[in-house]
Design a protein around this ligand. Structure first.
Ligand code: BG6
Length: 495
């Protein structure tokens, strides 16, 4: 077996504007859905497992948020202040030898209300500066067009992605950014974890659930999803036209759901639950709704409003590659009585007794990464890109300032070994890997800072206290070595 990763393998890390930029009211930026996400003290949270209600919001809560300038209660407003410190941060990432840096553009920095006719020049200039800085170090940007950043006004005025205008507004934004950064960005992703619209409809789709009758909300979600599919296909078209040779990917939460046992009922259940993942990639890769999704609509009486040209557009502009996040795995059983239910990213599933869990209950399963890669590559035969994978953990800063995060090193090491096997033994074509997140930032699901993912530590706590000073954890040097040797440092250790 070859003892390195393929030549030109794109090693790097991934962040998102809403969780790290801050500067929520600087440079002409509009308020986004993430700027009204309130910090809830974990000690008083009723049920951290209930991510849906955790991320849900009412008009009244939004009104209160808009009346407040508080940044501590709304942590994504300050993030890690990447907006003002991007030069220092990019230099730190370059110090690890990053070949690629995944980041998102905040739509609300470019079109503050979503429906504006003219873009905000200051916002455009900011990303010009960021991409120039990447270029200085030879880092390829991989840009997500939408990562939980719909402009808030677009959600309040139009009900977000439920309204068909969303396609027009989003494609205007895509046209602007792909023209502007045509010389600077070659790799693009349309929607981050597009499937998450079913789990946190406000953050992903700008949908305020309490505005709709409970019985109709599922149809609302699927209608919004349809608009995102059409917008994603058009974004792919626009990107290819504005940037010849560009490469556009879909991005999904690669949930990996094992049958709890070999009972046929459990196997069927796992297969059916996996469709909550595949429904999205099947549509974006093959350009048409899968039969099982259409049957589900029919059985549930869901009637989508589909524009005359929508299905042709979806068919004509599928994605070029498949990107995904992978954090953990769970199980499915047809009878869950007496089985423990836990978290898998922002979804829930039967806890797998054979894998360890992180402090937030997410199962740690490196073999599941290989299973995911094989599943996706065998299914689509398109190149893959792992654009999120990492360990959320509480780190301890020693008296001398050092941070010994050997648990994180172990997590990455096992996942890299598994990833390598999928490439070399299973023949999977993997373009690259971006860890989530190379620098600590605000957690998406819990809005906590103490759930840390980085190789770089940021001195900031859950309550917004701290100096924002950056320092290197032990994993920083370890990852630098992995990249410098293209994986040989860990593969040779294995003998
Ligand atoms: C992914 C999201 O689902 O998981 C990221 O794309 C998120 O935005 C990451 O941060 C980790 O989740 P969390 O809730 O620990 O931040």
């Amino acid at each position: 077996m070859k003892k390195v990763f393929p030549e030109g393998f794109l090693w790097g890390g991934a962040i998102a504007a809403n969780q790290c930029e801050g500067g929520w009211n600087q440079g002409g930026k509009g308020v986004s859905v993430s700027d009204v996400a309130k910090f809830k003290d974990p000690d008083i949270m009723k049920d951290i497992n209930d991510v849906h209600s955790f991320c849900d919001i009412t008009d009244e809560e939004i009104r209160q948020a808009l009346e407040s300038n508080d940044e501590k209660m709304y942590p994504k407003r300050h993030g890690i202040d990447f907006y003002n410190r991007y030069k220092e941060d990019i230099a730190l990432l370059a110090g690890m030898g990053f070949k690629v840096f995944r980041l998102s553009i905040a739509w609300s920095r470019i079109y503050p209300n979503g429906d504006d006719l003219q873009p905000n020049e200051e916002g455009l200039q900011f990303y010009d500066n960021v991409f120039d800085e990447c270029k200085k170090y030879g880092m390829e940007p991989l840009v997500t067009m939408s990562h939980y950043e719909p402009p808030l006004q677009f959600c309040l005025k139009y009900n977000g992605w439920y309204d068909r205008h969303s396609i027009e507004f989003f494609t205007r934004y895509v046209d602007t950014i792909t023209k502007r950064y045509a010389q600077k960005v070659k790799y693009w992703l349309t929607f981050n974890e597009i499937d998450s619209i079913l789990r946190h409809p406000f953050m992903t789709g700008g949908l305020i659930e309490s505005r709709f009758a409970p019985a109709e909300f599922e149809s609302v979600e699927y209608q919004a999803m349809h608009h995102q599919f059409v917008a994603s296909a058009l974004a792919t078209k626009i990107c290819h036209e504005n940037i010849p040779g560009s490469f556009v990917g879909c991005m999904l939460t690669k949930r990996t759901i094992y049958p709890y046992s070999c009972r046929p009922g459990d196997i069927l259940k796992a297969q059916q639950e996996m469709r909550a993942v595949y429904a999205f990639s099947d549509t974006q890769v093959r350009g048409e709704y899968p039969a099982y999704l259409l049957s589900m609509y029919e059985n549930k009486g869901i009637k989508l409003k589909i524009g005359k040209e929508d299905l042709n557009i979806m068919k004509a502009y599928p994605v070029d590659f498949v990107s995904f996040s992978y954090y953990s795995s769970t199980c499915a059983a047809d009878d869950t009585t007496n089985l423990e239910i836990g978290l898998e990213n922002t979804a829930r599933g039967v806890v797998n007794p054979h894998v360890k869990k992180n402090e937030w209950g997410w199962g740690i399963d490196p073999i599941g990464l290989r299973v995911s890669m094989v599943d996706l590559y065998d299914r689509y035969r398109k190149p893959l890109f792992i654009v999120e994978n990492g360990l959320g953990a509480k780190d301890t800063v020693e008296a001398n300032g050092s941070i010994h995060d050997d648990y994180r090193i172990e997590y990455f090491k096992q996942h890299f070994l598994s990833m390598h096997k999928a490439i070399v033994e299973d023949g999977v074509k993997l373009l690259g890997y971006t860890s989530w997140a190379p620098i600590d930032l605000i957690s998406n699901s819990t809005n906590q800072m103490s759930k840390r993912y980085g190789f770089v530590y940021v001195d900031l706590d859950d309550y917004g206290n701290g100096t924002y000073k950056r320092s290197k954890k032990d994993s920083y040097e370890w990852y630098r070595e992995v990249i410098a040797t293209n994986g040989a440092s860990i593969l040779n250790e294995e003998g």
